[in-house]
Design a protein around this ligand. Structure first.
Ligand code: NAD
Length: 517
């Protein structure tokens, strides 16, 4: 079903002007050519139209970018970490100065509403601040030695070139999580952003190059390559890339993980999620409804941490679902740059088709669907853009369609009677990224976070599944890939550990009491 609205979307030429202005402000100089010219298509989900053509990185250029990063590594690895931190501090300052322009590009290219786009850039600023502090805290342990006159310790060293492959839905933050930490750790970076978001990538690259120039760091510390999967594969297969940090679908992880392992490279995988929230009878329902609606409908359901499954106690299911459906009816869907919009567009037609297919399958499986209809806007862009009302689907059971991550705003609702059953449902999917429980019962909350509770990398209490802070380690288990990025000790993935034993005695005792000669 579709709903026609009389509001129209901005004209493509207006969006082009806004992109040109934002890129000019951040100092990006790459020539953009008209749509249809050879190169990578830069489009906008706001209208579904192509805005520009962007030069695509050739095989030779990708090779040169990796070579430059490898060359820069030879000096960057011995630059003192707090000096490396100065580069990241400068990047953070530039991000503060250009927050609104970068957010505008995120809105135009990824379709995020302004508040979420600004939030994404704020996350970049936050991780820069975290990394600057980290640049003075890259410490190893000293361990008790069993031998007299010996010291046993760990030292951490830079790895080399880090290849960063990112997804469309966090077009700038995921690059910064990786880059800020990798740079203070002494690594250099080559970034392959999503082919759907080259403009935001050009803006980020301009800012990191300016930061490098300002502090006297080589530009080779952070390079950009643009293109689709084949350009990404160059990073996957190149032995000069010591760590490949890849964010995207499980399908992508299944392709790149084994290839990196084949050459004994390191991989950090941040893949798809299928996140659930349990709502127990003791929950504060006002708070739960707010948390659920933001997690499930925010970003038009296009976050890896989007809430996709609601596991609610049978006794409160009707009331809770009724309140969510009411809230959904009031969610303004439309131009993500408009002040009152809360739900922007889906990224492209394929995402819309996937959503329609999933809802059809859910109906066949006995699901009862509320919402989910397409919203078509007046004007030429009506047909080429894909706006949808978020959907709630009451399911009789957790069927295959519920086990899959459909990257769209669909919230499946399941009911339970005993907490064990709810936790089993939470854990019954192949992915293991985020999860939450809404409860005021301390025993239920602790149980959910215990070893026999949620099997996810993120397990929250009384907040939704999305919207993580940078201070914690971010990532998930099972098909989500097992990687951890951002805060806590996630930096260790970007360094190699050496165990050092120093003998400062004049004897040579062997470990385990071994005598030799
Ligand atoms: P995608 O898998 O289609 O693409 C992601 C990136 O991988 C793109 O840059 C793409 O060009 C590249 N790529 C794809 N196949 C490749 C290959 N064989 N070799 C090298 N590069 C390859 O994902 P998407 O549609 O851009 O993003 C949505 C998906 O990403 C969802 O599944 C979402 O859950 C996931 N995601 C996960 C996280 C996380 O932190 N866990 C964060 C954001 C998005």
């Amino acid at each position: 079903m579709t709903t026609i609205t009389t509001t129209s979307l901005p004209a493509a030429e207006q969006l082009r002007d806004r992109v040109r202005a934002a890129l000019r402000a951040v100092g990006a100089t790459t020539a953009l050519t008209p749509p249809g010219d050879p190169g990578l298509v830069a489009s906008t989900p706001i209208t579904g139209e192509t805005l520009f053509s962007v030069p695509e990185t050739t095989a030779e250029q990708a090779d040169a970018a990796i070579a430059e990063a490898a060359q820069a590594f030879t000096t960057w690895r011995t630059t003192p970490p707090p000096v490396r931190g100065a580069l990241v501090a400068r990047l953070g300052e530039l991000l503060v100065a250009h927050k609104s322009e970068l957010a505008e590009l995120v809105t135009i290219e990824a379709g995020k509403i302004t508040s979420e786009a600004l939030g994404e850039v704020q996350e970049m600023i936050d991780i820069c601040q975290f990394a600057v502090g980290l640049s003075r805290q890259l410490y190893g342990k000293t361990i008790a030695s069993e031998r007299p006159g010996h010291r046993l310790m760990e030292t951490w060293h830079p790895l080399g070139v880090v290849g960063v492959i990112t997804a469309f839905n966090f077009p700038v933050a995921v690059w910064s999580w990786n880059t800020a930490i990798a740079l203070v750790c002494g690594d250099t970076v080559v970034w392959k952003p999503s082919e759907l978001t080259p403009l935001t990538a050009l803006a980020c690259q301009a800012l990191i190059e300016r930061a490098a120039d300002d502090v006297g760091a080589p530009r080779g510390v952070s390079r950009l390559v643009l293109g689709s999967r084949d350009v990404g594969e160059r990073l996957v297969d190149d032995p000069r890339v010591a760590l490949l940090s890849a964010t995207g679908s499980v399908r992508m992880g299944q392709q790149v993980g084994p290839r990196v392992a084949q050459r004994f490279g390191k991989a950090l995988l941040e893949l798809g999620g299928n996140n659930a929230a349990i709502v127990t009878p003791s929950a504060d329902l006002d708070l739960a409804v707010r948390g659920i609606v933001f997690s499930a409908a925010g970003t038009a359901g296009q976050r890896c941490t989007t809430l996709r499954r609601l596991i609610v106690h049978r006794s409160i299911a009707d009331e809770l679902v009724g309140r969510i459906v009411d809230a959904y009816r009031q969610l303004p869907v439309g131009d993500p740059a408009a002040a009152d919009t809360l739900v922007g567009p889906l990224i492209h037609e394929t995402a819309y088709r996937d959503m329609v297919r999933a809802l059809d399958t859910a109906r066949t499986d006995g699901g009862e669907v509320f919402g989910g209809e397409r919203r078509i806007f007046d004007g030429e862009a009506g047909d080429t853009s894909y706006y949808v009302a978020p959907a709630v689907v009451r399911m009789p059971a957790q069927t295959d369609v519920v086990h899959a991550e459909t990257f769209a705003p669909i919230l499946y609702v399941l009911t339970y009677d005993e907490l064990d059953e709810a936790i089993a449902l939470n854990n019954a999917v192949p992915q293991g990224l985020s999860s939450s429980i809404f409860t005021l019962d301390m025993r239920e909350a602790e149980r959910f976070m215990s070893a026999e509770g949620s099997d996810c990398g993120i397990a929250n209490v009384n907040i939704g599944t999305s919207g993580a802070e940078i201070g914690g380690a971010f990532g998930g288990e099972k098909q989500t890939g097992g990687g951890r990025e951002s805060g806590s000790d996630a930096w260790k993935a970007y360094m190699r550990r050496a165990t050092n034993t120093v003998n400062y005695s004049s004897e040579l005792p062997l470990a385990q009491g071994v005598h030799f000669g």
